[in-house]
Design a protein around this ligand. Structure first.
Ligand code: BES
Ligand code: MN
Ligand code: ZN
Length: 502
């Protein structure tokens, strides 16, 4: 679907469908008022008859409205004007796109992007509308023999902004939304891919293929031999039980000058996490194919950044491995010497993410990064703490925490900070090694972050736990593409800071 932004008046449009908001109770939005006048009160008369109340979720499709140049008018319920929340706005846009896809109209102009959401501007409204529409149109059906196609899908959707001066921002929002959505879509594809297809080697192949599509991207792939040379023993211990060998992909996006320090993103890439010898329970074990969602989000973010051609250096590391039980698998009781030299006693082979990440994070030091963010489906405890709406953010550094929270708010890809106090470090004590790989039953998300913090002393670092937000379960099971929007926004903001600095 193609998207456009415009600043036009509704009565002059000659298109397949014009989309207009109706507030509770039976009140037209200002664009609706314009059309009402032109139609000599036709819309008002309908409202008075009670055909549409204006409640969220309601729609009414009209054909051949008197004096109107467009073929159809779609009235969409927007609820109470003063109570329009972000959640409502997205619901309204979803309903609009679903309905338009059913009408048979091939193109439409939508005036709902003019709706006023508290504390949000037209940049936000346009960007959210386009990201929402892309999200709705996403399908993962490559393994279906019979694909369900929309009969006459909408091809072109224009969002209008009410003021001429907002047009430039709206165009930027369009560009950002398209790039983010493309990153989200590839992130979803990778994450949804079954684990017999999406192995560490598959991820490495995809990372390699990015170089063909973008001039500014180069990729290095590290295999087991190279990682062993680097003494990444902790990472390799996790992988050793699987016949699918580990590969670490390092994707360089070179948009900045060579002396500019890169932003480094490190994604947990467990293409399947069975738990290993500390085997997981069978319920929902299939969902552990999503344990590479962090790596997928890094991949998606690099794609978005490359599409936007941002003037910044970004390095994405996909720390891929498969955690399986076998006679070669690592076991509880094993003591591993990490790349950093610190030793770890394995108490649970299902706490494997941190063992892979710690070596990837040590590896990241060589890039003298401006900052490092790791993204991981790291702990079930994160779901207990924050559920499925909000990702956890843990960092010892105030500056980057603030920047990530700002980006999270701008992109509506929500994150919430959990505390990181030195006290929690005590939970990782081991009688035999420098630390244990688990910190006991309480504060699981924080102790996991504490573990990682021991490997990130050389730079500014933040950790995002996306265990609850990377995919949805149940009948609509599927990857969400989060937090590509948040990460891309964070990087966009960095490029703006740079401009302001110079
Ligand atoms: N990948 C899981 C975390 C997870 C579980 C994410 C369920 C999303 C849904 C991780 O590797 C894991 O197994 N973590 C353990 C850690 C524990 C053994 C300390 C967990 O959270 O149970
Ligand atoms: Mn695990
Ligand atoms: Zn895991």
């Amino acid at each position: 679907m193609e998207f456009l932004v415009k600043n036009v008046s509704p009565e002059k449009q000659r298109t397949a469908c014009v989309v207009i908001g109706v507030f509770e109770s039976r009140r037209l939005s200002s664009a609706g008022e314009d059309l009402n006048k032109l139609s000599e009160g036709y819309l008002d008369a309908l409202l008075r008859k009670g055909d549409i109340e204006g409640k969220i979720g309601q729609v009414l499709l009209l054909h051949h409205v008197p004096n109107i140049l467009s073929e159809r008018i779609l009235l969409v319920g927007c609820g109470k004007e003063r109570e329009l929340t972000e959640k409502h706005y997205k619901q309204i846009i979803r309903k609009t796109v679903l309905t338009l896809n059913d009408t048979g109209a091939r193109e439409a102009i939508c005036f709902l992007s003019e709706l006023h959401v508290n504390a949000r501007d037209s940049y936000w409204a346009v960007r959210q509308a386009i990201e929402t529409a892309h999200d709705l149109n996403y399908r993962f059906d490559q393994f279906k023999t019979h694909k369900k196609n929309t009969r006459r899908p909408l091809r072109k959707l224009t969002f209008n902004v009410s003021m001429r001066k907002d047009l430039q921002q709206a165009e930027l929002a369009l560009r950002h939304a398209n790039a983010v959505s493309s990153g989200v879509s590839i992130c979803k594809d990778l994450a949804n891919m079954p684990p017999n297809v999406c192995t560490p080697r598959y991820l490495a192949k995809q990372a390699q293929a990015l170089t063909m599509r973008f001039d500014k991207i180069t990729t290095e792939i590290l295999d087991i031999a190279q990682m062993s040379e680097l003494k990444m023993n902790s990472y390799l211990a996790v992988a050793q039980g699987s016949v699918n060998p580990a590969y670490m992909s390092v994707i360089h996006y070179n948009g900045g000058t060579s002396d500019q320090k890169p932003v480094v993103l490190v994604g947990k890439g467990l293409t399947f996490d069975s738990g290993g010898i500390s085997l997981k329970k069978p319920a929902a074990m299939d969902e552990m194919k999503y344990d590479m969602a962090g790596a997928a989000s890094v991949f998606g973010t690099l794609q978005a950044v490359a599409e936007l051609d941002l003037a910044i250096n970004v390095i994405g590391i996909l720390a891929a491995a498969e955690n399986m039980p076998s006679s070669k698998a690592y076991r509880p009781g094993d003591i591993l010497t990490t790349m950093s030299g610190q030793t770890v006693e394995v108490l649970n082979t299902d706490a494997e993410g941190r063992l892979v990440l710690c070596d990837a994070l040590t590896y990241a030091e060589r890039f003298t990064p401006e900052c490092v963010i790791d993204i991981a489906t790291l702990t079930g405890a994160c779901i207990s703490a924050l559920g499925h709406e909000i990702s956890a953010l843990v960092s010892p550094h105030k500056g980057i925490t603030h920047e990530l929270l700002v980006a999270s708010n701008q992109s509506s890809d929500k994150a919430w900070q959990l505390p990181m106090d030195d006290k929690y470090q005590d939970l990782l004590k081991s009688p035999f090694a420098d630390m244990a790989n688990v910190g006991g039953p309480s504060a699981g998300t924080i102790t996991a972050a504490c573990f990682l913090s021991r490997f990130t002393k050389a730079y500014i670092w933040a950790h995002l736990d996306i265990a609850g937000t990377a995919w949805v379960s149940g009948k609509n099971k599927g990857a969400t593409g989060r937090p590509v929007s948040l990460l891309t926004q964070f990087i966009i903001n960095k490029t703006l800071d740079k401009k302001n600095d110079s």
